[in-house]
Every structure is written in C-alpha cells, then in structure tokens.
Design a protein around this ligand. Structure first.
Ligand code: PLP
Length: 384
C-alpha cells in the first residue's frame, strides 16, 4: 500500500497549485508565440506575459513595468546586487548584507568582495533579529546598497525591512529586499517597505520552479547581467518563459486572494505543531516572533538532526535541517550560527514549514513521529 506522506518542507518548494497548472496548460500544449514578434502569435504571448506581470506587481503593491521576470529567485538576488553595484558611482560601492541572508545574496556579496567591492555584514542577535544600531553605524556616504531579507527561510523570523530601509535611504543608499519567503505569507508592499529592489520566486508560492522576479523601482539605476535582446525593458535579455510567467502570475494572484485566510490557518496549525514539539523534553524554538506563520525551527537536545530527518523520511514525513541547498553539506546552518547558537544546538535543529496541504491530522501524526524519532536518536546515537 502506498505510504500516506506528509510534506512539511514548503519553504524548500511548494507543489504546483492545480489552478496554476490550468493557467499554464494552454502554453504547454498548443499556444505559443515569441512575445517580441509583431504578428498575432507574438501579440497573444505578449498579452499573457503582461497580464502576469500585472498579477505579480499586485502582490507587492508595485506598478507592472517595475517587475522584471528572471529565471529564479537566485537570479533576481544576483541581478539586484550586481546590477545596483555596477550602476553605482565609484564613490559609493559598499554593499551591506545581513548575516542571515540566503546564499543567493551572501555568495553574490562574497563574489563581489573578491572582485574588489567593499562588503560588510550586519549581525543578528540570538533571536535572529538584525541589530539596527549596528546598521546605522555602518551606513555612510560610501554605501551603495543594503540587502535585507523580509523573512528568513530557516527560522521564519521577519526582519525590520521598513525601519532599516528608512535608515539606508537617509544615507542615500539603495535598498534590496529578498522577499522570496515572505510572499504569500505576510503582506508585502514595496512602498511600505521603502525598498528599491525586491526579489520573488514562483516555486515558493505554488508556482513553477525556475521562475523569479525582481521588482525595480522606477528610476532605480541598475545594469543588466544578461545581455542580448531588449526583453524586459533591457533589464534581462532572453526570450521569455511564457508558460512559467503565466504560472507565476496566476500563483501570485491566488496568493494575494488567499493570504488573509491562509495566514490565520497556518498560524493556528503552526502553533499546534510547535506546542506538540515543545512538549518533547529538551525541545527549544530557534528564532523569536515576529515570524511568518508557517515556519518553526526547533532543536531537540542530544538528537542529531540528520538522524532524526532520515528516520522521519522513512516514516513518510519530510522536514528539513535548514536551507535545502545546505542540506547534505557538511557545514552547519549559517543562520543559526550567526544567531550565536552553540554547535550542539545547531546540529540538533529541524525546520518545519507548513503549507496548503497541511491538516491538523498531519500535524499530530508528524509530531508523534518526531517524538519517537528523537527518542530513538537519543538512545542510539547521542550527540556529545
Ligand atoms: N531567497 C530565499 C530567502 C530563499 O529561501 C530562496 C530559496 O530557497 C531563494 C532566495 C532562491 O530562490 P530560487 O530557489 O527561486 O532560486
């Protein structure tokens, strides 16, 4: 008999929503056209792309022409950092990033640093919060860009982008916000956040993988990374992924329509799960409120997280030890390390991220399986 699986790793990726597939289907089956072509086929594809651009823009309170479609959230982050630095005056080249950014931002900053761009890292406290005083002290007339995520992918902690952006703007710097994990989970408005650039990814909101977007506020100086044709108003060359863009647009529309209902639902399911997990002796939550409603990161003292993850997988329950790209890699989570958590706690931490398929029954079954897996892990392979 097929195993009844429970997926609690929605921060890694989400399944394609059937409504999104329906919207994409014509563009996968028969409809086609290059949006740059002048004839009927081209104009039909152009109209589909522009409708989706409007849908994505609506999710974040932007104007449609400010949305640039990219091949992933990672590409959007790369374009934001590299594009802004390349367009900045030579006297203003420093990039500031928080210590808990996704690798898409951190490794881009690292590469820029190797290329001679000054980069500074803003620390976080033990709760995963950014230190605004430290940020204020780092900002000056040489700062080109501050890159700060809205929601952390590993802990779910919400970072104070609006407050940080006000400080950065006062210093004359541009602000980039990686909102990949915030979209569909909390309200997002580029004007309230005060950012110039904002990254999104379709596959975190039940859209297709390999689709991202970068919001670029009107009149923001930015150079393109991919050179070629004039697509995306000269900001990202290459013939558009029409099916992917259409799917992203529909996913954004659904996320916007369901946000108010889902955030309440996810919060109550997450509290239920977290309560059950915290009833396990030696369990502690990593990261403090405010957090996105679907995520909790919990450490189980003395129980190696990889061992627990594998045992849960055998029981049909999918969770994560942190960022998907870091899973399997020997390095501990840079996010939990940046929060100053001791190694023993980092190594025993698991991320649970809920989504549209999550039910109370699934939460209860998962929590019981975690309790058992943790007890077994402690008995058989205690971490020192
Ligand atoms: N930024 C954050 C915060 C993420 O969680 C992710 C994906 O895990 C990305 C960026 C990268 O997005 P993509 O998977 O579309 O490249």
């Amino acid at each position: 008999m097929a195993m009844d699986r429970i997926y609690l790793d929605h921060n890694a990726t989400t399944p394609l929503d059937p409504r999104v597939l329906e919207a994409m289907r014509p563009w996968l089956e028969g409809a086609f056209g290059n949006p740059s072509s002048l004839h009927w086929y081209g104009q039909r594809a152009r109209a589909a792309v522009e409708q989706a651009r409007g849908q994505v823009a609506s999710l974040i309170g932007a104007a449609a022409p400010e949305v640039v479609f990219t091949g992933s959230g990672t590409e959007a982050d790369n374009l934001a950092l590299r594009g802004a630095v390349a367009a900045a005056p030579l006297s203003r080249r420093t990039v500031l990033v928080s210590a808990v950014e996704h690798h898409a931002v951190l490794n881009t900053a690292k590469a820029l640093s190797r290329e001679g761009v000054p980069v500074a890292v803003v620390p976080v406290d033990a709760d995963g919060r950014i230190d605004l005083d430290h940020l204020r002290a780092r900002l000056d007339e040489t700062t080109a860009l501050l890159s700060l995520m809205r929601a952390n992918n590993e802990t779910g902690v919400l970072l104070p982008v609006a407050e940080a952006a006000a400080l950065a703007r006062a210093a004359g710097a541009l602000v980039h916000c990686d909102a990949v994990q915030a979209a569909g989970k909390v309200d997002l408005d580029v004007n309230e956040l005060g950012c110039h650039l904002l990254s999104l990814s379709a596959h975190k909101i039940y859209g297709p993988q390999g689709m991202g977007a970068l919001y670029v506020r009107r009149d923001t100086p930015m150079q393109s990374l991919v050179r070629g044709g004039a697509q995306e108003r000269n900001r990202r060359a290459g013939t558009e992924n029409v099916a992917g863009i259409v799917g992203f647009g529909r996913a954004a529309e659904i996320a916007r329509a369901e946000l108010a209902r889902e955030r309440v639902l996810f919060a109550s399911l997450r509290e239920r799960l977290q309560g059950l997990l915290l009833a396990i002796p030696g369990a502690r939550v990593n990261g403090a409120e405010p957090r996105v409603p679907n995520t909790t990161n919990v450490s189980f003292e003395g129980a190696d997280a990889e061992g627990v993850l594998m045992a849960l997988d055998l029981a049909g329950i999918a969770v994560s030890t942190g960022a998907a790209c870091a899973a399997g890699a020997p390095e501990p989570s840079h996010v939990l390390v940046a929060m100053g958590l001791p190694e023993a706690r980092v190594q025993t931490s698991l991320r649970f991220s809920l989504g549209r398929s999550t039910t109370e029954g699934a939460v209860d079954r998962a929590a019981a399986a975690v309790r058992e897996a943790v007890a077994r892990q402690r008995a058989h392979a205690p971490t020192p």
